[in-house]
Write a protein that binds this ligand. Sequence first.
Ligand SMILES: NC(=O)c1ccc[n+]([C@@H]2O[C@H](COP(=O)([O-])OP(=O)(O)OC[C@H]3O[C@@H](n4cnc5c(N)ncnc54)[C@H](O)[C@@H]3O)[C@@H](O)[C@H]2O)c1
Length: 339
Amino acid sequence: MRSDIVKLAFVGTGNIAEQHMKYLKEFTDVKIVGLYDINEETLLKGKRQFGGDAYKSIDQMLDNSCPDAVYICLPPFAHGKAEFACIERGIHFLVEKPLSNDLNLAEKIANEVSASEIITCSAYMNRYRRGVNEAKKLLAKYPISLVYGGWLFDTPNNHPWITQKKLSGGQLLEQTTHLFDLVRYLCGEVLSVHCYGSKLIVPQTNRYDVEDATVVSMQLQSGAVANIQSSWSVGFDKYIYLNLFGPDIQVEFRNWEFDTRIKSRGTTVPFEIPGEKDIFAIESRAFLDAVKQNDPTKILCDYVNGVRSLKVSFAANKSLKTGNSIQLDSLDTTEYTRR
Ligand SMILES: NC(=O)c1ccc[n+]([C@@H]2O[C@H](COP(=O)([O-])OP(=O)(O)OC[C@H]3O[C@@H](n4cnc5c(N)ncnc54)[C@H](O)[C@@H]3O)[C@@H](O)[C@H]2O)c1
């Protein structure tokens, strides 16, 4: 980087882009230089609120605004062009989860990223939470044998694409991916999954063909087991939780903020760490510092690592379809090419 100011461009200026930009606007070492979205209204709204030039194509934006890094904030079905355009030009990028609804494409991007010197960030923001990292330190010392967690909500009604499996991958890709990623981050790799699903509550139509609820059982490489529940048909007390149990440690994460409570051998009072409300700012700070200092070690989940978390959701969806347990290593990624 030639200047101390990081020039940023955005591909996709919808909901999550707006949340990122609200925080980025407060950073004194950031300038938003370019915006691109296929929806002109959303694009111009972004320009009015956060500045930067609005462009009609990704290539034009990258070539004219010359960003140091790009935020790719697209729905799962729209990835590919933006990532390859950045790789071609050697531009660093942060990409929102889930990385894609096409696993074959995500693997191709991962291969190209690995062969480049680009800094990438898969936006699994919970990895940057203090509570999560305090737990990770203790879990390195104290083994656990059981994990259970859940993402229980009602159906999101602000995105028409989200309830169409072909476009979003369903809740397992769209939301529960956060918990699959944390299981990997805290407890190590997932070997196999078995998933059951329910389509009992919401009538199935061509605009709603996802499960109302799923349970995913996982065998971890460490020998531990995990069970993650998801629902889009919860009327009361919507919440997120993740619990880990071993003989010398018990960890509880609660709510979107991941409020943390840890009991461990040798301590008399639980260690309580409130979750951060501004986690997107914390994640962005790590990414911006990595870019400024050319130091990828500041990134806790790069693109390649993010693909491994994505694979857990694909394996769970395959298990739903086939009724079988799925070994992650046996997934044929070409089966998941978008058509
Ligand atoms: N990290 C988190 O906790 C978090 C929170 C919310 C959303 N997300 C993720 O971010 C992604 C986007 O979600 P969102 O809520 O911003 O959705 P959104 O629909 O509000 O915004 C997506 C934007 O992308 C634009 N778009 C679609 N196809 C495009 C294309 N080919 N080229 C350019 N622009 C295109 C749309 O016009 C829209 O403005 C989703 O995958 C979602 O899971 C992550």
